[in-house]
Unconditional design. Structure first.
Lengths: 327, 402, 261
């Protein structure tokens, strides 16, 4: 008998992550397509109330144990491996996020089960699971089928989270697993980023710079434009790695998720780790010299060409316009 | 191929500071009279802890290690001003300074990020921009005239035209390349380019201390040149010209060599009748360091400009041998952020102020590093409505349009 | 202290990527490989640890085009040994590579036990898994990923690492050594190595070779790529054209229309 479709919920620092609901929305489609039940798996420590959020699933398998207070590879990996071996789902959707990173990495080897990474979409085709995976920094997509049970690493944004928030009480089953090993990894503390300065998640306009700006010098041009637009400058990972902008300005997987009215992506290629942090911006305009840059997939408007020329021209245009208004 | 490598390594290994002093050039270094003209003429002389004069003094005192520990030499833009003015005719820029610079940069725990990227890109992709080599000849499609590429059509040509990186990949550089192609075509020059096989000539590496990079490019370029038959190399880049003229002979380069400007100047009589359109511009010409001061090419660019009907030439205060560097040499092209962090005025801005003071409409140039530097400086100083930057070839091509 | 760093060659996306005639894989005609960026950070971190605590760094990579230069560069930067793993099929899945490495590493003289095994936290061609955690599991070692800082406590055979989370939050964890870490970033950008030093390394140092032992079972592929396609670039964005001034004008119009201005 074919197994069920699982979604592993993600909860972190007292909250069920948005990505869980995206996975539930996707999971529901797949479970229905396969004609099986959708089960959500919640691993936690003393957070049973989260089961109420997972109404999109038919059943919530709920595991409460002190070892599961923080999502480490050994604890979550071991727990899920046991559960999956016992219950034999045919597919398990797992979130590709910083929080779940470690256990998602080890789980396939713990189980000896196939794993598909970078899934931007999953569908049921001829009764089987088929994933669409983004490769090479988002430049190629591959349709991939795998043997069962398959663990599928789902990129943020696969489905709208709203579709996974269902006000319904799923049936909850408490399950138990054995934790034998002494943990080799111990959680110490969370370190908050330095406060003060600009909160890019609150900005209406972001002029976001990537590797394509070429030099730290060109930041001044971006800043001038941001000022003209009453916004702020943000950046993708490479710019932060270089030390040209502080960590607080980083947009993307390890940085902030932003939803400004205008996101101007300057010299940013649009790799998935960045796009997940800004794809819900209201208006996205991208400038890149590479016409094949993945950023153009998510942008509403695109300019293929030199960023600095366009930015300077735009700053001038805006300054002229505001001078006209003032006149 | 191996012989080439050994030749190269032997020649550059020979030129260390230790055995430099055993060569005639090194002996000349020791005749320094400590007059300080080098430091006085250096565009960044007042901020250098160790201008050439002091370096030679430290060398004599056996205290070079102190110089190596200083950042001072990162400010050298390899403009040849010190060498040109030295009363003892010591080849500071070509010989002494690169050797010292190499030691400085080898000792630094890290090099400025922009420079690092440019060097890594040049090594990997043959251009500092980090663009795919397969896009190097993309500009040819929009040239408007046929441009033969040796790889596709290996028949012999009279001229191998070495376009170089900025003129292949940068939009404004491509403007100059298209203009040059039009002029060559109109003159009936039998030319071809290496296209995607072309890689940086490597002068940037040599002058910014990365001799390993330069040597690698020299080996590669000699091999590629060897595949085709041509009578001469003409290059749009004064830096490439310098590389070919002064470095490459050590591994057997002995092709006829010219920069586009003197080459076209030789054809000025055939060019003149084609310059039908009157351009009513006042033009001031910037003597680039490599072409001008280093190779004494002053008369030819002016001859070309004056051949254009309607052009009025005005000179900047510092012209010909006294020209002020745009700041792009010696790795300066990729050290602007570093200089800014030091609170330094950029040389390109200093120069542009002089250009604007002449009242000219056009700042004419002949070096591929300059267009972006001067256009940037014009923008920063808010003069970009007063004056535009044009390569000489762009002006010639404009005058050819009917 | 001994650190092993795993270096992987991945497609260089500066070159246009094309789909091969079979419709399911990358066209290799103009394909160039480059060191996985995150692995470069892992190498940098290993070198920083060596500078701080002494010990040795060994770089390990599967045989691939241009890998020799990468291994010599690692040696020139300060790695003590370089090992090239040969005999594996090209285009290995990450899963199979991890499995093979777990078999090969113990056969290399003096390589194990290592205190740290570092690899980049991910690579752009990781279709079926990520190297560091899979290898950790195969070798039964603890693992932490997305690591951006490592502090060693050699007396107690422990390390304190910081992991990156969204919003600039860092998580601090302690891990018993030996451990496998997936590196997101070193504390400094990867250092430059002069070409002359790499060439010197090519002359004076050697890359050791470690053949892959025959796998216990060839294994049927756990997954099948049915098709691969370039993302239709600009399939989504409306491309604005013209001079910078014209484009600026158009953008200003859009901004007004969308209520941004």
């Amino acid at each position: 008998m074919a197994g069920n479709l699982w979604v592993v919920a993600e909860n972190w620092r007292g909250k069920v992550s948005d990505v869980t609901f995206e996975l539930l929305a996707l999971g529901r489609e797949l479970a229905d397509g396969l004609g099986v039940s959708l089960e959500a798996v919640l691993l936690c420590h003393q957070e049973k109330e989260f089961t109420r959020d997972l109404g999109a699933a038919d059943t919530v398998l709920f595991l409460d144990h002190p070892s599961l207070a923080e999502p480490t590879a050994e604890s979550y990996g071991a727990a899920l491996a046991q559960l999956i071996q016992e219950r034999k789902p045919q597919g398990v959707l797992v979130p590709l996020s910083n929080v779940s990173w470690d256990w998602v990495g080890v789980l396939p080897a713990m189980l000896g089960a196939p794993y598909l990474n970078f899934c931007k979409d999953v569908r049921v085709v001829d009764g089987k699971i088929e994933a669409c995976c983004l490769l090479y920094g988002g430049k190629m997509e591959a349709r991939v089928a795998s043997a069962s049970p398959a663990i599928l690493g789902i990129l943020p944004g696969a489905r709208p989270a709203a579709n996974g928030r269902i006000q319904k009480q799923a049936s909850v089953e408490e399950v138990k697993v054995e934790f034998e090993k002494t943990p080799e990894v111990t959680f110490k503390q969370y370190i908050e980023p330095e406060q003060g300065g600009v909160d890019i998640t609150q900005q209406p306009v972001l002029v976001s710079v990537g590797r394509g700006i070429g030099s730290q010098d060109n930041l001044a041009i971006a800043e001038a434009l941001a000022a003209a637009l009453s916004g702020a400058v943000s950046g993708s990972r490479p710019v932060i790695d270089q030390g040209w902008l502080p960590l607080s300005r980083q947009v993307g997987k390890s940085g902030a998720t932003v939803k400004p009215k205008l996101y101007l992506a300057v010299g940013i290629s649009g790799a998935p780790e960045h796009v997940e942090g800004m794809k819900n911006s209201e208006l996205i305009i991208a400038i890149n010299t590479d016409p094949q840059a993945p950023i153009f997939q998510v942008a509403h408007y695109g300019i293929v060409g030199d960023a600095m020329d366009t930015l300077s021209a735009l700053t001038e245009e805006l300054q002229k316009a505001s001078a006209r208004k003032g006149a | 191929m191996n012989n080439l490598a050994t030749e190269l390594e032997r020649s550059t290994c020979e030129l260390t500071l230790e055995n430099l002093l055993l060569t005639p050039e090194g002996q000349r270094v020791l005749t320094c009279i400590q007059c300080g003209t080098c430091a006085g003429t250096c565009p960044y002389g007042e901020v250098m802890d160790y201008p050439p004069r002091r370096i030679i003094n430290m060398l004599r005192a056996g205290l070079l290690e102190e110089v190596y520990q200083s950042d001072s030499l990162l400010n050298c833009v390899a403009c040849y001003a010190c060498k040109a003015k030295c009363p003892r005719k010591i080849d500071l820029t070509g010989v002494l300074l690169p050797l010292v610079k190499e030691q400085v940069l080898l000792r630094r725990p890290e090099i400025p990020a922009e420079l690092q990227k440019a060097l890594e890109n040049t090594m990997r992709y043959g251009n500092p921009m980090g663009e795919s080599p397969r896009k190097r000849a993309a500009w040819v499609k929009s040239a408007g005239v046929p441009v033969r590429i040796f790889q596709e059509d290996p028949r012999p040509a009279d001229v191998l035209w070495q376009v170089e990186c900025y003129n292949s990949y940068y939009p404004r550089g491509r403007d100059a390349s298209r203009a040059t192609a039009k002029i060559f075509h109109a003159l009936g020059i039998d030319f071809a380019i290496l296209g995607n096989e072309e890689k940086c000539a490597g002068e940037c590496g040599r002058l910014s201390w990365e001799t390993g990079l330069s040597n690698t490019l020299m080996e590669y370029n000699m091999e590629v040149f060897g595949k085709y038959k041509f009578n001469r190399i003409v290059t749009s880049s004064p830096h490439a010209y310098d590389a070919f003229r002064y470095r490459y002979p050590v591994i057997g380069f002995n092709y006829e060599l010219e920069h586009t400007v003197p080459f076209l100047a030789r054809h000025v009589d055939r060019l003149k009748p084609l310059l039908k359109r009157k351009l009513n511009y006042t033009v001031t010409y910037h003597d680039s360091c490599c072409l001008g001061r280093h190779n004494s090419v002053y008369q030819e660019p002016r001859a070309l400009l004056e051949a254009i009907p309607g052009i009025k030439l005005v000179e900047m205060t510092h012209n010909r041998v006294n020209s002020i560097c745009c700041g792009g040499g010696g790795g300066g092209m990729w050290l602007d952020t570093y200089y800014k962090a030091q609170g330094r005025e950029r040389l390109s801005e200093r120069r542009v102020k002089e250009a604007v003071a002449t009242g000219a409409d056009v700042l004419a140039i002949a070096c591929d590093y300059e267009v972006s530097r001067f256009e940037d400086a014009l923008k920063v100083l808010d003069h970009d409505k007063k004056m535009v930057v044009r390569d000489i070839t762009e002006l010639l091509a404009e005058a050819m349009e009917v | 202290m001994h650190t092993v760093v795993l270096l992987k060659m991945v497609p260089d996306v500066v070159e246009e990527l094309e789909v091969a005639a079979d419709g399911r894989s990358l066209d290799t005609e103009f394909l160039r490989l480059i060191l996985n960026e995150r692995d470069n950070h892992a190498l940098e971190l290993a070198l920083l640890l060596k500078e701080r605590h002494g010990g040795k760094v060994t770089a390990v990579a599967f045989d691939a085009p241009e890998v020799d230069e990468v291994l010599f560069a690692a040696l020139a930067k300060g790695a003590d040994r370089a090992v090239k793993v040969t005999g594996a099929e090209p285009g290995l899945s990450t899963r199979t590579a991890a499995y093979s490495l777990a078999l090969v590493l113990p056969t290399v003289d003096g390589l194990l036990p290592a205190d740290f095994i570092l690899a980049g936290c991910q690579a752009i061609d990781d279709l079926d898994g990520m190297m560091a955690p899979l290898l950790a599991q195969e070798m039964k070692l603890p693992y932490l990923g997305l690591v951006s800082s490592v502090t060693l406590d050699s007396a107690d055979r422990k390390a304190t690492v910081q992991k990156e989370y969204a919003g600039g939050v860092h998580g601090e964890f302690e891990v018993r050594l030996p451990a496998v870490l997936g590196i997101q970033a070193a504390e400094k950008p990867p250092r430059y190595v002069p070409v002359a030093k790499v060439r010197a390394a090519m002359k004076s140092q050697t890359i050791e070779v470690a053949p892959v032992p025959t796998l216990a079972n060839g294994g049927e592929a756990a997954f099948h790529v049915l098709s691969m396609a370039k993302l239709e670039a600009a399939g989504h964005a409306e491309i604005l054209e013209g001079t910078p001034e014209e484009i600026a004008s158009k953008i200003a119009e859009v901004l007004v229309a969308r209520g941004v201005l």
